[in-house]
Design a protein around this ligand. Structure first.
Ligand code: ZN
Length: 117
């Protein structure tokens, strides 16, 4: 064993980096994930406050308006990206394909346009 290798901390076994999606918050291939199935690309979470929903306690004496959240997700080895959407912190997640998310987004925009007409 060389002197150089004994001067370092015991090496941590890492996985080969995957190719991250361009929108992945990690962007470095998740080599520190414990298992290949944990090498998941996740995008930034977008939050939309639900202005008519009651306040929810998020900490000691800390209250926030409930929100709708969504983010992009791509599992390791998967060629399909999904849009994961959920309400609140414990809400059921709805997993949409990109086409479904686009259809939903266009339908919501159309509904908002109609409502404001
Ligand atoms: Zn990634």
């Amino acid at each position: 064993m060389s002197a150089a290798s004994t001067e370092h901390e015991p090496s941590v076994v890492t996985l080969p980096a995957i190719e991250c999606a361009p929108w992945c918050l990690d962007g470095h291939g998740h080599p520190d994930a414990p298992f290949p199935e944990d090498q998941v690309c996740r995008g930034e979470t977008v939050q939309v406050p639900l202005t008519r929903a009651p306040l929810v306690e998020v900490g000691t004496d800390e209250w926030e308006r409930e929100q709708l959240h969504f983010y992009l997700l791509r599992h390791a080895g998967a060629h399909m990206t999904t849009v994961e959407m959920y309400r609140g912190d414990l809400g059921e997640t709805v997993s949409l394909t990109v086409d479904e998310a686009q259809a939903l987004g266009e339908a919501l925009l159309e509904a908002a346009r109609r409502a404001r007409a």
